[in-house]
Design a protein around this ligand. Structure first.
Ligand SMILES: [Zn+2]
Length: 421
């Protein structure tokens, strides 16, 4: 709509003039200027997921805002009350699949208006987050793509082939939630995705196995939606990939975890780790009040639950025995704790901490592509042996031949059906 564009342009000019005046006033009355209680947008980040784009605004304080849609052309407008933008919108990776560009201007009444020009009709949702885990006040704006939602529902229909065993490969963290960081700023989310992709490639090259990546790029997926994704794809196995961190830099080695039985007392280290991994939703950004212990499966009988836990234990042992040949091991037995991401109790599930990213040598090793390949191979070999021991995978005739190429199955994006990610 022309009028809005013009008014935004006018506001931008006024904004520039105001900025100049403010600079002068700041020189004359520095105390008065700093006492003005404007909220400042200090940083803006953008994450592109297959079914939505997420914008995150770091704020100096909480604020009031209004968000609404305008059509012809499609755009999303956010009016932020008494807000000053001190972050360069030009640094955002635009255009992305959803957003063409973002414009802004400030009105005389100190309302900052952001206009997000979008390429298609999107379903916006937004929420404010309070400071937590080192993150400031944040405004999260998700632009959901209804068309992509439909596609992902379609792809979650029953399997193409009865023979294919499906492995949900879960790269820990992503987007707003970087996970642990190493001394050289290597981020857990990037390591987990690199190893997950290598693992999925190996799985998909093997007859009778199929991998589905729960996260296939740098964006956030809530823990609950990871569990739901594994269920939707009817996974026969779930492998959640992580890297640990601790203050003592010399600590190193891999460890493998399964869900602890109800009522069992996990050891303190395993419990602390589960708490750390379970905090992913708070860091990544889930609607307030919806961070909860997701999906304890009450339908499953004790026998089925026990059988699934036993299978998880078997898989965990297979993984550990292979990781021993790749690098150091922290604990030589699988450990157990209440990891939310392992809560699809009908699916044998393990969580693997590849190593300690907080150890400078191991951090470097984790970024090495050949080492990542060896880690992926260990997880792959363990999966094959696991399915064989379970009597679900026969020795393939073509095993010693070049395996046929199969493309990776596109992600079943879980965030679409759940408005809490
Ligand atoms: Zn992690």
């Amino acid at each position: 709509m022309m009028t809005v564009t013009v008014s935004i342009g006018a506001m931008a000019i006024r904004n520039t003039i105001l900025t100049c005046w403010c600079a002068v006033l700041l020189l004359i009355f520095p105390v008065m200027a700093s006492a003005a209680e404007n909220t400042v947008v200090r940083d803006v980040r953008l994450w592109t997921a297959p079914d939505h784009t997420r914008l995150v605004f770091d704020l100096s304080n909480t604020m009031n805002y209004k968000l609404f849609r305008l059509h012809n052309p499609e755009r999303i407008v956010i009016d932020m009350d008494k807000v000053t933008l001190k972050s360069d919108l030009k640094k955002l990776p635009l255009p992305d699949p959803v957003i063409k560009e973002i414009r802004h201007g400030t009105s005389a009444s100190k309302v900052m208006r952001l206009v997000i020009d979008v390429k298609e009709k999107v379903q916006p949702r937004s929420f404010l987050l309070k400071p937590m885990k080192g993150k400031p006040h944040r405004l999260v704006v998700d632009l959901m793509r209804p068309d992509k939602v439909k596609q992902s529902v379609k792809s979650s229909q029953p399997r193409n082939s009865k023979q294919d065993l499906i492995i949900a490969v879960d790269a820990g963290h992503g987007g707003e939630d970087p996970g642990a960081s190493g001394p050289h700023k290597v981020r857990e989310k990037n390591i987990t995705l690199a190893v997950a992709k290598k693992l999925a490639e190996k799985i998909n090259a093997y007859p009778g196995l199929k991998a589905v990546l729960i996260r296939e790029g740098d964006y956030f997926v809530s823990l609950k939606n990871r569990v739901l994704a594994a269920r939707k794809m009817r996974a026969d196995l779930m492998i959640s990939i992580h890297a640990d961190a601790i203050d003592v830099r010399s600590v190193k080695g891999a460890s493998v975890y399964t869900l602890s039985e109800r009522g069992a007392t996990p050891d303190r280290a395993a419990k602390a780790l589960a708490e750390k991994e379970n905090a992913s939703d708070e860091v990544g950004g889930v609607v307030s009040g919806q961070i909860s212990d997701p999906l304890v499966n009450l339908i499953l009988g004790d026998m089925l639950r026990r059988s699934s836990l036993n299978s998880s234990q078997l898989m965990a042992e297979e993984v550990l025995s292979r990781l021993k040949n790749v690098g150091p091991i922290k604990y030589d037995q699988p450990k157990h704790a209440r990891f939310y991401v392992l809560k699809a109790m009908e699916i044998p599930s393990v969580l693997v901490e590849l190593d300690f990213i907080s150890n400078p040598q191991r951090e470097k090793k984790l970024t090495n592509a050949r080492h990542q390949q060896r880690l992926a191979t260990a997880l792959f070999d363990a999966s094959v042996v696991f399915f064989r021991k379970m009597g679900r995978l026969k020795q393939a005739k073509s095993e010693y031949l070049q395996p046929p190429y199969r493309p990776m199955v596109s992600m079943i994006n879980p965030t679409t059906s759940n408005p809490d990610s």
